[in-house]
Design a protein around this ligand. Sequence first.
Ligand SMILES: Cc1cc2nc3c(=O)[nH]c(=O)nc-3n(C[C@H](O)[C@H](O)[C@H](O)COP(=O)(O)OP(=O)(O)OC[C@H]3O[C@@H](n4cnc5c(N)ncnc54)[C@H](O)[C@@H]3O)c2cc1C
Length: 393
Amino acid sequence: MVGASLACALSGQGLRIAVVEGVASATRAEPGYDDRAIALAYGTRRILDGMGLWQQLLEDATPIHQIHVSDRGHFGAARMDRADEGLPAIGYVVPARAIGQVLEAAVARAADIELFCPAQVTGVERSDSDIRVHVRQDKAHFTLHGRVLVAADGADSSVREHFGITSLERDYGQSAIVTNITPQLLHRNIAYERFTDTGPLALLPMTEQRCAVVWTVASSQVDAVMQLSDEDFLAQLQEHFGQRLGRLQRVGRRQAWPLRLLHANESVRERVALIGNAVHTLHPIAGQGFNLGARDVAVLAEVLVDAVRRGEDPGALAVLERYDQWRRHDHRNVTVFTDGLARLFSLSLPGLGMVRGTGLLAFDLLPPAKRLLTRMTMGRSTRLPRLARGLPL
Ligand SMILES: Cc1cc2nc3c(=O)[nH]c(=O)nc-3n(C[C@H](O)[C@H](O)[C@H](O)COP(=O)(O)OP(=O)(O)OC[C@H]3O[C@@H](n4cnc5c(N)ncnc54)[C@H](O)[C@@H]3O)c2cc1C
């Protein structure tokens, strides 16, 4: 999603862009009850708007009016509300399928983007004046030449590895179980984040009064939870979530995702930039991964286009370092925040629940702290690139 987003952002700027994607598209699938949801921050909506893509997602997007954070079995709750920011929504929940379809159609329409899919990047070579990417498609092997290679190849980035870029990595020993449910009561556009003894549990409002569930459990318990009957799964979920949405009535197909943290120590080299999960892979507790990647896209697109307009070589290290410097604080802040939250709310030490409850209560009563956090999760706390301000590139 992040790589295709960058290609779309750069389209129409007088560049030639190639996208190499290893896996054939599954986005032609029809909408269904099991659509996997992604929470988009308000800032990401602005970026997609700037790229001319948001209108096409509107029909599938469910606005989040409030985020409600609580700790199971303890007092104290915190609420973040759209009214505090004076905006129509804190964020939106959109099926990943819809985002994929919109990006894919935009890539297909663009005369300046060439898509190689399914095709594998098998090697990279750098010279002083260009970078060469070796590609295998079916039985054919060929080489693409360009001035910049952007690695949006995910957490196991082979480009990151090729250039010897080291990263901080930690296995959370947890997996996220993802599914959709239908509760008895209307979700009223509230996103729930609940901390339970197994790990954090999020219920996000979706279309048709569904809620997307992201439930973190210890890796040792995943198989047992995945094997539960739908009835038993709903009963366990109900026990952990409580009664705020009435009885949880229907559940879709479950998928489990092992969770790890990855924070690359560098995001650029001469002629190479890393974006998205290739440079930061986060715990999904706060739904920040793609949002952080969308901000990488907006900043890198601006840096590259400005360099070309000034007659600079966009692959020069001095140019790519502008992207690195601009993104460094946001990468660090969101990674530290997400990791801290994941660890704090996964610990079950005696007395910690009370401290968390008190913290949530105090946080709810402290408007400046709340405002800061809301702005960070909305992607509005850093210097905003043009696309994120709704301006053209
Ligand atoms: C359970 C869960 C819930 C989440 N919820 C949210 C949320 O609500 N909001 C949010 O913002 N984020 C969320 N995220 C995070 C979000 O899904 C990711 O951050 C985002 O999808 C990362 O996109 P990416 O394009 O950077 O990486 P990836 O999705 O990993 O894409 C990398 C791509 O590179 C391709 N590739 C890799 N190597 C090669 C090669 N050698 N040749 C060719 N192609 C190659 C792969 O095929 C793949 O398509 C969630 C994550 C999880 C696990």
